[in-house]
Design a protein around this ligand. Structure first.
Ligand code: MOS
Length: 727
């Protein structure tokens, strides 16, 4: 049986459940110092004075770093010197006396242990000159300016067609700030080596990204910084950029020539990137037969004063349905907050809420079944790019999902289905995410015992990368998967992109496959030189750790021994497939949701979800299903629970803890079924696999809201859909 397509258990599962997998903040070291961050409690202004004397008086407190006594840094003081305002410069912790947002790190206390560092931090007194801060997107939406990253150009004549359409909708939706909140808080352990170089265990989705960052900021040579991230306890985008604990830990380590760890608290997990709040306007014009004549999607997102964060919020509205008259607009409003950051299905998770709720409203207005309306407007091409799809099995998602859910039993009338005092609602939505491929490199090495080691500097953020890469390598090399080891999470390994965007299987997986194929070519060469029976390459195949030709076979271990080497090794650099250029590639989904709404209390329970996914070839159905399950659960959270709330008087988050930042718990989640529909794609990459990290969340929140409408007859367009809005 081939290794690809098997529901293999996580190869790192045992290490994780037995506590042997070490995360960034868990590496022990004799004499390790601990840092605790002191955060700003004003949102805007200046630091007048930092008095650390009480902290420093405690035995065991080693140092308190702030903007006045921090070490001089190469690019803090040079290349970024003028970049303190809103012109696109990254945040620099302890840069100067400016306070740019509430929660900004203003000092780092270094002590012998963490408890002492925290306590000492509470004794640091900061005097501020506060200025009024603006943190409310709604209040400042008139100040929105076009995002520097512009959406696809308008096509057709949106305004004329919308104005003239038989059915016209003009709808406003809003989505709140959300924070990633992976289980593992951000942490950096800097191990100061005897030769002055730094070995850093960091929570990151890209060790080489962090290596480049540390090099640049501290003016170090590449050889002086090595970043490890062997295990990452969830990230969801929060590890795509180096976060501030990393430079702080490095600063302290270099200043003291000691090993230092800085771990953020759960509350401090709310002091950097997040999913931005958006205001969205959907304008749909349709003919009586359901054909979309005009589609306008405007989104306004918030950003910081120092960077313009943009993501693809409105693009999806130009590609999920066929429509010839489209106007997409995306604007930003800078606020006195930190810069937002990619969060699972960045942009799509937001924009598809607006689009798919509006499509449901259109279906109701026209009296057409929501699935039928989507089939009427099925996009045979990606009109944004004017390209055909490399593959698209969205029709199958609709039909197989509807079948499994029992959609045909739905009475379209709102409030028509009930179970005692429970109103039952059935809603659905579609989803889409890009299927990208990035440049990536991989190394494959087989030793004289036939053990294969493949490596690339990617990460496994819980997605199953260790496992699926071992499967891809096993399939390509013919080495049994039990004899394959995949190494990742080390900046010294062959170059890999950040783990993100659902492109790791596509990018690193393709490199792994190519590396194994190149290694096989080497082994075959040895066989042909050594054994007459293997002269004819046509007949050769690699299986079960052996090279076969007709009824002849020889173990790969033997071939390595025949080479006279301890091991054979190849490294490849893999570029995105040229074939992709003429096509658009995307994953698609259809999600069907049942909610039960208590008629008296307005409480909403999602009792059933069917998520049908088209993502090309599935490398590991068990791991892929986990990705979709996690996405669906998060989508339910987006629909009903998640919202980071700001006190705009203070410019400060109010619910910055897992007690008050609501996410779904087990009791909130009913039955979730995941279907992968057949989808063959010869173009997207050599594996035919599109990636499943993001698609599971897209559309889910809209499907839940649509189900709530069907149950209650009430449209809530301001997310999350909480019971006070439903009642
Ligand atoms: Mo994902 S938001 O690309 O980590």
């Amino acid at each position: 049986m081939s290794a690809i397509g098997k529901p293999l258990d996580r190869v790192d599962g045992l290490l994780k459940v037995t506590g042997q997998a070490r995360y960034a903040g868990e590496f022990p070291e004799d004499g390790l110092l601990h840092g605790s961050v002191v955060s700003s409690n004003i949102a805007k202004g200046r630091v007048i004075r930092i008095d650390a004397s009480k902290a420093l008086a405690l035995p065991g407190v080693v140092m308190v770093l702030d903007h006045l006594n921090r070490p001089k840094l190469a690019s803090y003081d040079d290349s970024y010197a003028d970049a303190d305002a809103a012109d696109g410069s990254p945040f620099r912790p302890l840069y100067n006396d400016r306070v740019l947002y509430s929660g900004q790190p203003l000092a780092l206390v270094i002590a012998d242990n963490l408890e002492l560092a925290r306590h000492a931090g509470s004794l640091v007194q900061i005097e501020y000159a506060a200025e009024p801060a603006e943190t409310d997107l709604l209040a400042l939406q008139d100040q929105a300016y076009p995002s520097p990253q512009t959406p696809p150009k308008p096509r057709g004549n949106f305004q004329a067609e919308w104005t003239g359409a038989a059915t016209r909708l003009d709808l406003h939706y809003s989505t709140p700030i959300e924070h990633h909140n992976p289980m593992e808080p951000h942490a950096s352990t800097v191990l100061y080596q005897p030769d002055g170089t730094l070995h850093i265990h960091d929570k990151t989705q890209g060790p080489q990204n962090c290596q480049a960052y540390v090099q640049k900021v501290f003016g170090l040579d590449k050889s002086q910084v090595r970043i490890f991230a062997a295990f990452v306890g969830g990230a969801f985008g929060s590890g795509l950029r180096p976060q501030y604990q990393l430079p702080l830990a490095v600063m302290a380590s270099m200043a003291l020539k000691r090993s230092v760890r800085v771990t953020l608290t759960r509350q401090q997990m709310f002091t950097f990137g997040y999913r931005p709040r958006t205001l969205q306007r959907l304008q749909l014009g349709a003919a009586a037969n359901g054909r979309l004549l005009a589609l306008g999607h405007t989104a306004i997102g918030q950003t910081s004063r120092f960077e313009d964060f943009s993501e693809h919020v409105v693009e999806w509205s130009g590609m999920l349905y066929h429509c010839d008259n489209v106007l997409l607009t995306y604007k930003l409003v800078p606020l006195d907050v930190f810069t937002p950051l990619d969060m699972r299905a960045p942009g799509a998770a937001l924009g598809v809420i607006g689009l798919e709720c509006a499509m449901d409203e259109l279906a109701c207005a026209l009296g057409i079944d929501p699935v039928q309306l989507r089939l009427i407007n099925y996009a045979e091409r990606n009109q944004n790019e004017d390209k055909p799809w490399s593959s698209k099995a969205l029709r199958e998602c609709y039909s197989e999902g509807a079948e499994r859910f029992g959609w045909s039993q739905r009475n379209p009338e709102p409030r028509s289905m009930r179970d005692g005092r429970q109103l039952i609602g059935w809603g659905m939505a579609g989803g889409v995410w890009e299927a990208l491929q990035m440049k990536a490199s991989a190394k494959a090495r087989i030793d004289h015992l036939g053990k294969l080691t493949v490596s690339s500097a990617t990460t496994d953020i819980g997605t199953g990368t260790y496992t699926v890469m071992a499967q891809i390598a096993a399939q390509a090399s013919g080495v049994p998967v039990g004899d394959v080891t995949f190494l990742l999470g080390d900046s010294s390994l062959p170059t890999a992109p950040l783990q993100g965007g659902s492109f790791t299987v596509s990018s690193v997986g393709s490199a792994v496959q190519q590396a194994c194929e190149a290694l096989n070519a080497k082994l075959l060469d040895i066989a042909r030189k050594t054994y007459p029976a293997f002269k004819d390459a046509e007949l050769a195949r690699f299986e079960n750790g052996q090279l076969h030709a007709g009824d002849q076979r020889i173990s790969l271990a033997q071939l390595v021994q025949d080479s006279g080497e301890q091991a054979l090794e190849v490294q490849v650099d893999c570029e995105p497939d040229k074939k992709r250029e003429g096509y658009a590639s995307a994953t698609h989904s259809a999600v069907f949701v049942e909610v039960r709404v208590d008629e008296d209390l307005g409480t909403i329970k999602v009792s059933r979800v069917v998520s049908a996914i088209a993502a090309g070839r599935v490398v590991n159905p068990k791991m892929a299903r986990s990705q979709i399950l996690g996405g669906v659960v998060w989508g339910i959270g987006m629909a009903l629970h998640e919202e980071t709330q700001i006190d705009h008087q203070l410019g400060r988050y109010m619910n910055h803890s897992l007690a008050e930042y609501h996410i779904p718990v087990n009791a909130d989640i009913g039955e979730i079924e995941v279907l992968f529909v057949e989808e063959h794609d010869e173009i997207v990459n050599a594996l035919g696999s599109k990636g499943v990290g993001e698609i599971g969340i897209v559309g889910v929140a809209a499907a839940v809201a649509n189900a709530v409408y069907h149950a209650t007859g009430k449209r809530v367009r301001d997310f999350p859909v909480t019971l006070d809005k439903v009642l």
